[in-house]
Design a protein around this ligand. Structure first.
Ligand code: ADP
Length: 251
């Protein structure tokens, strides 16, 4: 009899270890696959502008001397594609810093001023109007200033890219939480895409997004920033009517 008890006991412990090992193994496997997927996507995203640069460089080399228009167009394209690669690489580096939770500098940040300055840069660069409603002239919040700046900029930049009319931004306080919403009245996001848009490189419409200059990393970065501040980000959208992103930050 005792033997069976002992065996059962042994089985319990080993069983637990095996179960724990299996969970860990599955988790590592998923992480590894995600990493591989990232490298593969990143290489692909970088290859596209690189191929364009290469072909224009060839064209300029062959015809640039005789045809000034070829030279001009070629150099302009090489320039813009280089910018595209630069932007993508910067975003990838930023994401990797964020995910390793490195270099976060938390200090008291004044949010109204920060948001106003992000609005200013968007409106100046793209001639778009952003209505900003806030509940208090000054709102101090412990955060990483440059990350929060990025966050607001990404949401405003998306609102601008995927809509044509006004953009509304609100800053409110509710139940010990700060709530920031960015609303646009643009194309909206199909329901089946709403959970995926925060994934790396995910874009609803790849063809269209090449024109708008998207990388598919903006919302991944936005979410990483929100998570680093122990907050949450949600999306509400209606096709053809518009989209609201809501950021909830604990006070
Ligand atoms: P991108 O650089 O392509 O904008 P993001 O990660 O910022 O990448 O967004 C992912 C995708 O989510 C976008 O490609 C777009 O399809 C969709 N999206 C994001 N914001 C909006 C918005 N305000 N309105 C409509 N679609 C949006």
């Amino acid at each position: 009899e005792w033997k069976s008890v002992k065996l059962k006991h042994q089985n319990d412990e080993i069983g637990q270890l095996v179960a724990r090992y299996n969970t860990m193994n599955a988790r590592l496997q998923t992480m590894f696959e995600q990493q591989q997927q990232f490298v593969s996507n990143a290489s692909h995203e970088l290859k596209t502008p690189l191929a364009v640069i290469k072909s224009y460089a060839r064209l300029v080399e062959r015809q640039g001397k005789e045809k000034p228009e070829v030279l001009e167009e070629g150099l302009a394209t090489i320039n813009s594609e280089t910018d595209r690669m630069d932007h993508l690489i910067r975003q990838m580096l930023l994401l990797s810093t964020l995910e390793r939770k490195e270099g976060m500098t938390v200090a008291k940040v004044e949010l109204v001023g920060l948001i106003k300055s992000a609005i200013r840069s968007i409106s100046m660069a793209f001639e778009r109007t952003v209505n900003f409603n806030y509940y208090q002239a000054e709102v101090f919040y412990p955060a990483d200033e440059s990350q929060l700046n990025q966050l607001i900029y990404i949401l405003l930049d998306n609102a601008r890219k995927y809509s044509e009319n006004q953009i509304d931004l609100t800053l409110t306080e509710q139940d010990q939480q700060l709530i920031i919403t960015v609303t646009d009245y643009g194309e909206g996001i199909p329901e089946e895409d709403r959970t995926q848009i925060f994934n790396r490189f995910y874009r609803v419409d790849r063809a269209r997004n090449r024109k708008t200059g998207g990388t598919g990393l903006g919302l991944t970065i936005a979410k990483a920033i929100v998570v680093a501040h122990s907050g949450e980000i949600e999306v509400m959208s209606e096709l053809g009517k518009g989209t609201t992103f809501r950021v909830i930050l604990p006070k």
